[in-house]
Design a protein around this ligand. Structure first.
Ligand code: SF4
Length: 400
């Protein structure tokens, strides 16, 4: 039975009818939004701060446990609000400590989060969209097509859920003793295509009354949406990782359709602008290495030339491609990856090869799409992308 009741009118608003399912999800609010919502229900700003600390520092999901809130406020919260992260429908644990959750986001869509423990940090990789519209040739998520943007609560909820689970497992009760020290928006989706929901989530990650992470410990990854990079710089200038994957427009056009709209010169100019406010004095370039496509030393030399010419201080993170069933692209040979890495380092550009983690649970980015239902024109896109990959493989670099 649906519970229908009268909600106290917000300032300037007519009295409205609230159904139980219409309770606000408090995980949708950054501190500013929470303060405004509390004010609209007659509560002072310090109550919003207290509430935010319970929600995000204690990762508490039960209003009754929020003991320093007035009883009347707790009753009001129970009536009008809820704390609702997305629910996990699968969880996998790797022998190396990597954990993966697959979260249900409704209508047959699911998104994934991956926790990667290291000696000095715990990193959570989270998703920002169900599917992705960018159509990068080498990406499993891109092959699903785009389903929808995640809400702020679905983005924040991944961190909320993971932190809670990990703390429970370790028996941690002190709210200052956090397991997740770093967050990277590198899961499913292009974060900068969902700025309306991503920005409040980032603000909450950075807020001392939220997750209290420094800007250096929060990284947004983009395929190269230049105008949105400027917006991010203005609203929440966290660390930035740019998916580069090619040293010239001819190849990047083929690997990443976004390049046809925002070619390398525009992207490099946007990187220079971003660096003026970035928490680090370099941009991280992600470079997926595709066997026989972009893994030769001539490509390394072109990259060196590109970043010197464009004057972008940077580091490179090389990601050896991990083949998946719907792709004809090839894994690069280990020797070529190491030689490529060496060439960049010798040129004075700090370059690392991404460590493979969670192999036994398919945790590497872009490898988990098989568990998500495709809601879009998958077969068509797949056929087109396979044809494009075949052309590149057949003709190699000589076609450019
Ligand atoms: S690599 Fe990133 S931007 Fe490109 S299709 Fe995959 S999820 Fe989207």
């Amino acid at each position: 039975m649906t519970d229908i009741r009268e909600e106290p009118a917000a300032a300037g608003a007519a009295t409205s009818v609230v159904r139980e399912d219409d309770r606000v999800n408090l995980l949708d609010f950054d501190l500013e939004g929470l303060t405004a919502w509390c004010a609209s229900h007659g509560e002072k700003a310090f109550r919003a701060t207290q509430l935010a600390r319970w929600l995000h520092r204690h990762v508490e999901g039960d209003f009754e446990q929020m003991t320093n809130l007035a009883k009347s406020f707790r009753a009001k919260l129970a009536e009008l609000a809820k704390i609702e992260p997305p629910q996990p429908i699968a969880e996998k644990k790797s022998a190396d400590g990597t954990r993966k959750w697959l979260f249900d986001v409704g209508n047959g869509n699911a998104v994934e989060s991956v926790f990667i423990p290291e000696d000095d940090r715990g990193t959570l990789c989270i998703s920002t969209q169900a599917g992705c519209a960018m159509g990068c040739l080498f990406c499993s998520t891109g092959k699903q097509g785009f389903n929808r943007n995640l809400r702020t609560s679905e983005i924040v909820g991944q961190l909320w859920w993971a932190e809670r689970e990990l703390r429970r497992d370790r028996g941690i009760t002190d709210p200052n003793d956090r397991v997740i020290s770093n967050v990277v928006l590198m899961g499913m989706g292009e974060p900068l295509q969902n700025l309306d929901n991503v920005i409040p989530a980032l603000k909450l990650f950075l807020d001392d009354n939220g997750y209290g992470l420094s800007r250096r410990r929060v990284t947004v990854s983009t395929s190269g949406l230049v105008r949105q990079m400027d917006k991010l710089a203005e609203a929440a200038p966290v660390a930035l990782a740019v998916s580069l994957h090619a040293a010239d427009d001819a190849l990047r056009d083929k690997l990443m359709p976004v390049n046809r709209k925002h070619p390398l010169a525009d992207l490099m100019a946007a990187c220079r602008r971003y660096l003026k406010v970035a928490p680090r004095d370099f941009i991280t370039f992600e470079y997926v290495m595709l066997g026989g496509i972009n893994d030769g030393l001539d490509e390394a030399d072109k990259l060196i030339e590109l970043v010197r010419r464009e004057n972008v201080p940077c580091k490179f993170n090389l990601i050896p491609f991990n083949p998946f069933t719907q792709s004809d692209l090839r894994k690069p040979e280990r020797d070529r990856v190491l030689a490529f890495c060496r060439r960049l380092n010798e040129a004075g550009i700090v370059t690392t090869v991404r460590k493979t983690r969670g192999d036994d649970i398919d945790a590497a980015c872009g490898q988990l799409a098989g568990e998500v239902r495709d809601r879009t024109r998958r077969a068509e896109r797949l056929a087109q992308q396979k044809a494009e990959a075949a052309v590149i493989l057949q003709k190699g670099l000589g076609t450019r």
